[in-house]
Design a protein around this ligand. Structure first.
Ligand SMILES: Cc1ncc(COP(=O)(O)O)c(C=O)c1O
Length: 373
């Protein structure tokens, strides 16, 4: 795995960037992470305030997560025992990694989110990259690329890691194309962290297949949807037996009391979450095609088709200097893609902003790189 000159395998390093640039974090436009720019919802902020004034900070959080489990299960039409809350999706990948390492060789699509290999490395898990084609059509959902058929280690991998929609490409895989893969692998880990943001995305979720496939585990995050990356809250959905095992491995209080109390309060009104989700999907449906059209003025790069709240830019040449200039001269952070296997210096990832943020970004781009239209 190659790492960028800044050594970063994730976007969203706002504090480090602010220190590097000598600017307050509030002055920067962070398009290197993919968070909803107008969140978190006020209902969550109010819930946090209420939780901090109540007992959530003073007492140990519920180790059984009874209330939150019940709420999340109701949200997805499952049983509380099918749900395990975690300290963000990332913490849950650690335990998925332990199961995967024990099951055998993992197949990990590349370019892909770096945390799966981090989780596997914790347990000495073996993995092999599944190279994804670097061109893809406009329409979504798309079929998941065919797995190797000829006898090879990859064709016999016991574990498959899926990210839907895929980070960093933004491709939304069809459930129809993923379902047969559940017969092929001993364990399938499906990361649906960004799925609730995608209009119509839930129709491709693997959650309806959980009951019939105990070898499937779906990991979700509230970080993206609610723009609460600092709060750290996600959850896994899978067989009760698997989740009991994971719960026994982890430290006793992986979900902090503030996150637990605030999210419980938010979910007490499911219509508020549904309303927020619609608002987020409306923003994505409006801003993403608009920004992509605007970016079409530059012949020096192509904004690749995406179903998600981030766009991958493919340059006709290296984009490293452009990224650095955007950061140094305009305080705009873009994701360097050199740490993604299969991508290189000519790729950047850009997290969607609000219209104002997009105008700031486009104006800065125009200063650094004259549009070719
Ligand atoms: C595809 C994907 N899954 C999961 C995560 C992590 O989610 P969380 O903040 O809930 O740990 C990220 C963070 O960037 C991500 O890109």
């Amino acid at each position: 795995m190659r790492v960028s000159d800044t050594g970063e395998r994730h976007g969203g390093n706002l504090t480090a960037a602010a220190a590097r640039l000598g600017q307050p974090p509030g002055r920067l436009l962070d398009a290197s992470a993919s968070l909803v720019p107008f969140g978190p919802p006020w209902a969550l902020r109010r819930a946090l305030l209420g939780a901090s004034l109540g007992s959530a900070v003073r007492v140990y959080p519920d180790r059984g997560w009874q209330r939150l489990r019940g709420q999340l299960a109701a949200l997805h039409g499952l049983e509380p025992a099918d749900v395990l809350p975690g300290n963000g999706a990332a913490e849950l990948f650690t335990w998925a990694g332990r199961d995967a390492a024990a099951a055998g060789l993992s197949l990990v699509p590349q370019p892909g989110f770096a945390d799966y290999s981090r989780a596997l490395a914790c347990w000495g898990g073996r993995w092999q990259g599944l190279p994804l084609p670097l061109t893809w059509p406009e329409a979504f959902p798309q079929p998941f690329p065919a797995l190797p058929d000829s006898p090879s280690p990859a064709s016999e991998a016991q574990v498959l890691w899926i990210c839907n929609p895929h980070n960093p490409t933004g491709q939304l895989w069809s459930r129809h194309s993923l379902e047969p893969l559940l017969e092929r692998h001993r364990l399938v880990v499906c990361d649906e962290a960004f799925l609730p943001l995608v209009p119509g995305g839930e129709a491709q979720s693997l959650l309806p297949l959980l009951q019939r496939h105990p070898n499937l585990v779906v990991v979700r995050s509230l970080t993206k949807l609610l723009a609460c990356a600092g709060l750290r809250i996600g959850y896994a959905l899978g067989s009760p037996e698997r989740l009991r095992r994971w719960a026994a491995w982890r430290d006793p209080w992986p979900v902090n009391g503030l996150a637990l109390a605030a999210v419980e309060q938010l979910l007490a009104d499911p219509s508020a979450l549904a309303g927020w989700t619609l608002r987020v999907q409306g923003w994505l449906a409006r801003e993403q095609p608009w920004l992509r059209r605007q970016l079409g003025r530059w012949g020096q790069f192509t904004a690749m088709p995406s179903a998600a709240n981030f766009l991958l830019l493919r340059g006709s040449g290296p984009l490293v200097e452009l990224r650095q200039a955007m950061e140094r001269r305009h305080g705009i952070l873009l994701r360097d893609c050199r740490s993604f296997e299969g991508l290189g210096a000519s790729w950047l990832r850009l997290g969607l902003q609000d219209r104002r943020g997009h105008r700031r970004l486009l104006a800065a781009l125009a200063q650094e790189l004259p549009p070719t239209d």
